[in-house]
Design a protein around this ligand. Structure first.
Ligand code: BTN
Length: 245
């Protein structure tokens, strides 16, 4: 069973895996086993969240998508976000020696700089998640980034050390498969402990009203909504409902 596909170039590992899964009728087959990794050295149209693209110099960084069959109820979908966020932070702490944080919902930060982005798509089967495609862009060996990117960093910039792309991919998959077996309440606590800017007063903009306000992130509820306290009010935000200033 081949659970690791490596290509020199793809449009996007997420798009490739989505098409592969679709051609297998979204079912678990020997071609699409749980934990399947699609990795590439270069993406011609790497996708970020919303309408963003994902930049990465050829052969420098980890660009991969992992397929899992979580069999979770729809309302528990945020667990997939917690699994992969913690797999990334555990890898960066245990194998690289960094002290990462999770910027809600799943950007990975070192201090004020983004080292990794994650793009997840779920496929539903009645009221359960049948499959999830988890796209990961982790900056490893790239030392210079375009000025247009707001705050990028990489493992080499943070540690001075070069990383092996394949070893990193396998490590993250191992962390993910370990975390999937752990207790959900404990994982949710771990996620909150690593939440970027938690308990720190900061400015936020509500994208629906356009209002900028001072607030304090208190946590994330079980549905994955971000909880920000402003004065006496606890506000809940959905993805794309809030911008950090
Ligand atoms: C974000 O922070 O906006 C999410 C970025 C996700 C990028 C990765 S790179 C591998 C995978 N394939 C894609 O096209 N995107 C994800």
């Amino acid at each position: 069973m081949n659970d690791f596909l490596h290509f020199q170039q793809l449009a996007s590992t997420n798009t490739f895996l989505e098409q592969l899964l679709q051609s297998q009728n979204r079912a678990k087959t020997p071609d699409c086993p749980d934990g399947l990794i699609v990795m590439t050295d270069f993406q011609t149209t790497g996708r970020g969240r919303q309408t963003n693209s994902w930049h990465s110099e050829n052969s420098k960084n980890l660009l991969m998508s992992i397929l899992i069959y979580p069999h979770l109820p729809v309302e528990a979908q945020f667990r997939v976000t917690e699994w992969i966020s913690l797999a990334m932070t555990d890898h960066l702490r245990q194998n690289v020696g960094l002290d990462p944080r999770i910027k809600w919902p799943n950007d990975i930060y070192i201090n004020e700089k983004k080292i990794a982005g994650i793009l997840i798509s779920h496929h539903w089967n009645s009221d359960e998640i049948a499959s999830s495609i988890i796209g990961i862009g982790l900056n490893l060996n790239q030392e210079r980034f375009p000025d247009t990117l707001p705050n990028p960093t990489s493992v080499i910039l943070e540690t001075g050390k070069k990383s092996d792309l394949t070893v990193t991919a396998i490590n993250i998959r191992e962390q993910l498969s370990r975390l999937r077996k752990e207790d959900a309440t404990i994982l949710h606590k771990k996620y909150l402990q690593l939440l970027y800017r938690r308990h720190v007063p900061a400015l936020y903009t509500d994208t629906h009203s356009g209002e900028t306000f001072e607030g304090i992130i208190e946590g994330v509820n079980n549905l994955g909504l971000l909880e920000i306290r402003s004065g006496n009010t606890l506000r809940n935000y959905e993805l794309n409902g809030i911008v950090y200033s």
